[in-house]
Write a protein that binds this ligand. Structure first.
Ligand code: MG
Ligand code: ZN
Length: 222
């Protein structure tokens, strides 16, 4: 039993190491073409696609944005993004609950990277393994919506630790839900003191300016 367990651990380690190698190649490719890549992660239904739609609408005057949509199946989200005018590629993982470096490297040549400033990668809805797989992004961004509850930093610390930005979404629902934004802030900053936190409502288009400014600042630095 002990031996089997050991083999399993080695296998997982090898998979993650192979993934990191490919992710580093992706990151180098993005740097060479002056593309900033962000990896957006959340539970299903937290509002990733709506956030991306809003972000494209706000920034498309000044920046060329492309999107990779990760879903287990369907092209539903990709169609919504295509309606904004941004170029979009859908990855259907066919069951896998996260994107990895190889999936990104396989689709990325469908874009003309020289024309793109910002590549937004929408990960599969899941708070667990997306945080373990580097896809070659410059920043991981996580979205947590108010109805999910304020215990998420305590239950899923890795995703909070890996992210550069935490967007607390659906704050318009605060009057109807038992959820403390203050607790989310406190617990997530305990895990990751460098986390940039914005309180937003994609539906009401509130609080998003700080997020747009953060993106613009990071892109200007390049
Ligand atoms: Mg989506
Ligand atoms: Zn997974």
């Amino acid at each position: 039993m002990k031996e089997v367990f050991k083999i399993k651990v080695t296998l997982v380690k090898n998979i993650l190491e192979a993934n990191t190698r490919i992710a580093e190649q992706n990151r180098k490719l993005f740097a060479d073409r002056n593309v900033m890549a962000i990896n957006i992660m959340s539970a299903p239904g937290a509002g990733k696609t709506t956030l991306i739609e809003r972000t494209i609408k706000a920034l498309k005057q000044n920046f060329e944005i492309a999107v990779i949509e990760g879903d287990i199946q369907s092209t539903y989200d990709a169609e919504k993004i295509a309606a904004t005018g941004a170029s979009v590629v859908q990855i259907n993982t066919g069951g896998a609950c996260h994107l990895d470096g190889n999936m990104i490297s396989e689709v990325v040549d469908q874009f003309d990277l020289d024309l793109i400033d910002l590549l937004i990668i929408e990960n599969v809805g899941n708070l667990v393994c997306p945080a373990e797989f580097d896809v070659g992004e410059n920043f991981k961004v996580m979205l947590l919506s108010i109805p999910e509850g304020d215990d998420k930093p305590l239950k899923y610390p890795l995703i909070f630790n890996e992210s550069s930005v935490l967007l607390i979404n659906k704050i318009d629902l605060l009057p109807y839900v038992d959820c403390s934004v203050e607790k989310i802030r406190r617990e997530s900053l305990k895990i990751n003191p460098d986390l940039e936190i914005f309180e937003i409502s994609c539906r009401k288009e509130e609080g998003l300016v700080g997020w747009y400014k953060w993106l613009e600042k990071k892109m200007e630095k390049r």
